[in-house]
Design a protein around this ligand. Structure first.
Ligand SMILES: [Zn+2]
Length: 112
């Protein structure tokens, strides 16, 4: 993939994520609910696709991550899994108290 094509792809993805984030914090609750129903499954699918690329092989190593061009595959969990887990754990800690649904927290813990 050329750097120009990657640049357009990267900008498109970042713009979409910024739009979703900005909308979630600026629109009314009813619109946020509709936004969440539309976007959450897509975001979960995207995250699962990324994590599938980093699923450990039979020797417990990531098939994608390497520490250098001539190095061996990195042991699991690789940085992609750690970044996803850290992002979800931090997101959980930043949730306002008293608004959480216990089922949400239980599902979140099953992710890790
Ligand atoms: Zn990896």
């Amino acid at each position: 993939m050329s750097s120009e094509v990657f640049g357009h792809l990267r900008k498109s993805l970042h713009d979409h994520l910024c739009d979703v984030t900005n909308l979630a914090s600026t629109v009314d609750d009813r619109t946020v609910a509709r936004l969440a129903r539309a976007e959450l499954p897509r975001l979960v699918t995207a995250l699962r696709a990324l994590l599938e690329e980093h699923k450990p092989d039979q020797s417990g190593r990531c098939p994608t991550c390497r520490s250098g061009p001539f190095s061996r595959r990195l042991p699991a969990p690789c940085r992609a899994y750690l970044a996803a887990h850290l992002s979800l754990a931090v997101a959980e800690d930043e949730r306002p108290t008293g608004t959480g649904d216990r089922r949400y927290t239980q599902r979140l813990h099953r992710v890790g």
